[in-house]
Ligand binder design. Structure first.
Ligand SMILES: Cc1cc2nc3c(=O)[nH]c(=O)nc-3n(C[C@H](O)[C@H](O)[C@H](O)COP(=O)(O)O)c2cc1C
Length: 170
């Protein structure tokens, strides 16, 4: 599968089969995160893999009751191990770095037939408590991971000419 096909066809999955995710597939997905680019190649990230039923349920609760998180066989919680670095452009490096790694994982998962759903709606404090995440570490995102139990949703996107301009901002 080429990259654009994966980007075109992937959609957020909010219903999962109980089928386990094969270890070799999970490793491939994590490898996509490991190989992702980061500012100054700092790689200040850690990915917590959660399979325990009770823990997943707690995470779903921390994500304001998005119960499908608890139903997926795996939840990946993406953390930044350093969050003070601000790039020259003014953006914090950690949100960018960890988000790229998550995007790469999501695409790799899709190629392997697995569904994901980026979760940004969660309480960081609660998530950190559940997973024993140290104070200085930031939780950037989480995603359930598993075989989809729903058809792909329709892709609603702006057109290219709405979002692209040439030479000067217009
Ligand atoms: C930063 C970010 C945060 C998101 N948070 C949530 C979330 O908490 N719950 C959820 O169901 N979907 C969440 N989504 C998924 C978006 O709603 C979804 O990507 C968007 O509607 C486009 O649909 P698609 O992913 O199916 O292409 C999030 C996506 C992003 C990129």
């Amino acid at each position: 599968m080429d990259v654009l096909t994966a980007i075109r066809q992937r959609s957020s999955v909010r219903a999962y089969k109980a089928t386990d995710v094969e270890e070799d597939k999970l490793k491939k997905i994590l490898e996509a995160a490991r190989l992702s680019p980061s500012a100054s190649n700092r790689q200040e990230w850690k990915f917590v893999i959660v399979k325990n039923k009770e823990t997943k349920k707690k995470l779903a609760k921390a994500a304001f009751g998005q119960s499908f998180i608890g139903e997926a066989p795996v939840v990946i919680v993406a953390c930044a191990t350093e969050s003070k670095s601000i790039m020259a452009c003014g953006q914090p490096a950690y949100t960018v770095d960890v988000s790229i790694a998550c995007a790469f994982m999501i695409l790799q998962a899709y190629e392997l037939g697995l569904g994901t759903c980026w979760i940004g709606s969660f309480t960081e404090e609660e998530t950190k408590k559940i997973l024993n995440i140290p104070e200085h570490v930031r939780v950037v995102a989480m995603t359930p991971l598993g075989y989809p139990n729903e058809p792909p949703s329709e892709k609603i996107r702006k057109s290219l000419n709405q979002i692209v301009c040439y030479e000067k901002y217009a």
